[in-house]
Design a protein around this ligand. Structure first.
Ligand code: NAI
Length: 462
């Protein structure tokens, strides 16, 4: 048993960042984590391993599609799946060890084991009960299940199983055209699997600017992904071949079936708070399973806070990180704050898709007068040189004040380009501010500037 100023439960991006920042601010901090490695879902079975597989398979695609065009004569790469999985494992290992190093450097104590809160101010880990002036719940989320679709993580898998399939499937059905479905669907399509995405709604990536989502679907279809939209999945069962998914088309209620070697269920995630003892503690929960917090991340139990996927808001690692920093600052007596209006979202396919702020649909719904500046990557010399002319930057600005309201990018490096607009929005910048900023040539970022120019006197290269 030990006494701490703060005990964080969960060492994902929300929890470990919170623990490090609190320690940097002078608090005596412990972080409870039951996994053998730090980093949570993101580092172990989420963001990081999926990026490794996306990178490897993108490289394969480059070799297959573009090397010959550039005068590079090589035999086509052969995929050694076990080696690719080992590479993914190495990437995970170096990242999780990095956090262990940061914990040591910042004197954060890792309490290994399952954490629960028997009473306010107390955290139980194994047989030990530790005392803490403040407790932060940062326990993240888990894949939500779909009725009638029994996950076995072998033939019917969540993202966790999809990251570690024993062999590359010849065919895959992905249930849900959200971020996980499209990223993992891309990985296996590039590895030669026939991938069919079955989505309940009539468009992919719900919440994304509709024009960008449409362009995105077209590009993915060109890459070989098949889409069945407006299809409600009714169930799935294991077959000799793999698994069979049954669905009904919403437009005419007609019933259909589709069989594949592997079925990936990617229909969203839900907060993971089981086993913490929150009910006995009397922590108020929201109807959808999140911990209820106020705008200072406080639950109704004094001294108990919550952040990340366990509370409301987008389930994104960087949102959790920002909340981790903010709550650490608040607990240390400072003024932590998260600007929820400027949280970027990125899909790490090729091309990448990134967005921040309002979509055009949201602005219409708000009845807001706005202008749109668009620029196609076809007009960007650098993008054309690397065969990535497909895509565009779409900037939305207030019609009267020119203040930037949102930005949506599909194209090369979109996930990095978006941050120029994030910073601009944090500073309350206008489209003209971006347009008048000198951008190096030749860079992809010129497309962002051109979209800003298109909000004013017009783009130059379109
Ligand atoms: P999601 O919420 O992004 O998408 C789920 C999709 O499944 C939706 O399009 C929904 O309409 C569809 N769906 C639901 N029920 C269905 C049914 N019965 N039949 C057919 N379709 C159905 O969820 P996803 O992709 O599982 O991701 C989970 C969370 O993880 C999200 O919050 C996402 O933002 C986050 N994430 C973020 C990443 C990133 O930032 N790059 C990467 C991976 C995950």
């Amino acid at each position: 048993m030990a006494n701490f100023d703060l005990i964080v439960i969960g060492a994902g991006p929300g929890g470990y960042v919170c623990a490090i920042r609190a320690a940097q601010l002078g608090l005596k901090v412990a972080c409870v984590e039951a996994r053998d490695t730090l980093g949570g879902t993101c580092l172990n079975v989420g963001c990081i391993p999926s990026k490794a597989l996306l990178h490897a398979t993108h490289s394969l695609h480059e070799a297959e599609e573009n090397f010959a065009k550039m005068g590079l004569k090589v035999d086509l790469p052969k995929v050694d799946w076990d080696k690719m999985l080992a590479y993914k494992g190495d990437v995970i290992g170096s990242n999780t060890k990095g956090i262990e190093f940061l914990f040591k450097k910042n004197k954060v104590t890792w309490l290994k084991g399952w954490g629960s809160i028997p009473a306010a101010g107390k955290v139980k880990v194994g047989d030990d009960i530790h005392e803490a002036k403040a407790i932060v719940i940062a326990t993240g989320s888990e894949p939500s299940s779909l009725p009638g679709v029994p996950v076995d993580e072998k033939t019917i898998v969540t993202s966790t199983g999809a990251l570690a399939l024993p062999k590359i499937p010849k065919s895959m059905v992905v249930i849900g055209a959200g971020v996980i479905g499209l990223e993992m669907g891309s990985v296996y399509a590039r590895l030669g699997a026939e991938v069919t995405v079955v989505e309940y709604l009539d468009a992919i990536t719900p919440g994304m600017d509709a024009e960008i989502a449409k362009a995105f679907q077209k590009i993915l279809a060109k890459q070989g992904l098949k889409f069945v939209l407006g299809a409600a999945v009714q169930g799935a069962e294991a077959t000799k071949k793999g698994a069979k998914v049954s669905y009904k088309l919403r437009k005419d209620d007609s019933a259909h079936e589709i069989e594949a070697d592997v079925v990936l269920v990617a229909t969203g995630r839900k907060p993971y708070t089981a086993g913490l003892g929150l009910e006995a503690l009397g922590v108020e929960m929201l109807p959808r399973g999140q911990v209820k917090t106020d705008d200072h991340f406080r639950t109704n139990v004094p001294g108990v806070y919550a952040i990340g996927d366990a509370i409301v808001g987008p389930m994104l690692a960087h949102k959790a990180e920002d909340e981790g920093v903010a709550v650490a600052e608040i607990i240390a007596g400072k003024h932590g704050h998260v600007n929820y209006g400027v949280i970027p979202g990125v899909v790490y396919t090729t091309p990448e898709v990134a967005s921040v702020g309002a979509t055009e649909e949201q602005l219409k719904e708000q009845g807001r007068a706005y202008k749109v500046g668009k620029f196609s990557f076809m007009g960007n010399g650098r993008a054309k040189a690397v065969f990535q002319g497909d895509g565009m930057v779409k900037l939305l600005a207030d019609k009267a004040t020119d203040r930037i309201l949102g930005c949506h990018i599909i194209g090369p490096g979109a996930g990095d380009l978006i941050h120029e607009i994030c910073v601009a929005m944090e500073f309350g910048a206008s489209a003209e501010d971006v347009a008048r900023t000198c951008h190096a040539h030749p860079t992809f970022s010129e497309a962002v500037r051109e979209a800003a120019l298109a909000c004013g006197d017009g783009a130059i290269h379109s």
